[in-house]
Design a binder for this molecule. Structure first.
Ligand code: KIV
Length: 263
């Protein structure tokens, strides 16, 4: 696979080519995903749950993201890697820059931070130093207790408007990509149309420029209550490789997520 760059991803939005992204945490899956043609991988702080076995992302440290980013980069030299700055690692410019440097030196192309308006200064400071930043709004798992659980966001008019405004404020501040998590599909559609940067959705319907899933969800190996937006691509695919191919093709041809997997 030739190197995936932010300008290439930007062109996919312009040309309406849907983007299939996935979380990855280790060398072997990273290699498999890139061999099957996944262009973007996220070293997400979801690793607090999927790898470390906690019930939230709050325990994840910058060293954890650094370690897993290195492993994923080894498996996939040419993919576009997006790594989370974990809980409390981006409060204060100095701390943010120090932590960003660790993640970029571990192999990430872009860092992802959760939140709205309060991040404007941070995004500007990072952008000034040529760091690619991805925003993350809607359901923001690092605020799980504040939000009283993992719930769909933006169902009420006021809340929907707040999310629309936040997306534009973040774009203006300098983010180059945005993740929308668990919001109604028509709200995600509006935001995707408003912004010129690529918008990737998870649990946010079919109208975003691309989709991302947690790899364990996509492979049907997550325990507990089945989330509405999660599809098990492995169950009728016969192999992990085929499941990943199926995911890419369903995202690219617009079949995933349909109504059944949307809010
Ligand atoms: O950490 C993660 O896996 C994420 C995705 C849910 C987008 O942020």
């Amino acid at each position: 696979m030739e190197s995936i760059t932010i300008s290439k991803i930007q062109n996919w939005k312009k040309n309406k080519k849907k983007i299939a992204a996935i979380t990855a945490y280790d060398f072997s899956f990273s290699r498999l995903f890139s061999n099957e043609g996944i262009p973007i991988m996220l070293i997400g702080d979801s690793l607090g749950m999927t790898i470390q076995g906690h019930n939230s992302t709050l325990s994840v440290k910058i060293q954890d993201i650094e370690y897993h980013t290195k492993a994923v980069r080894k498996g996939s030299p040419n993919s576009f890697l997006l790594s989370d700055l974990p809980f409390m690692s981006y409060f204060g410019v100095k701390e943010t820059l120090k932590n960003t440097a660790k993640i970029i030196q571990a192999g990430a192309n872009m860092i992802k931070i959760e939140g709205g308006k309060w991040l404007v200064k941070t995004i500007k400071e990072l952008s000034k130093r040529s760091i690619l930043v991805c925003g993350h709004i809607g359901l923001t798992p690092q605020s799980v207790d504040y939000l009283s659980g993992y719930k769909v966001q933006g169902k009420e008019q006021n809340d929907a408007q707040r999310i629309i405004d936040e997306a534009s404020i973040l774009e203006e501040a300098g983010i180059k990509m945005l993740i929308l998590e668990c919001i109604p599909s028509l709200l995600a559609k509006k935001i995707t149309e408003n912004l010129s940067i690529p918008v990737i959705g998870i649990g946010s319907g079919k109208y975003t420029d691309g989709q991302i899933l947690v790899m364990q969800d996509l492979l049907g190996i997550t325990d507990g209550k089945k989330l509405k937006f999660v599809k098990n691509f492995l169950s009728d695919s016969g192999s992990i490789q085929n499941a990943v191919k199926k995911y890419i093709s369903e995202v690219e041809n617009g079949n995933f997520p349909n109504e059944k997997y949307s809010f």
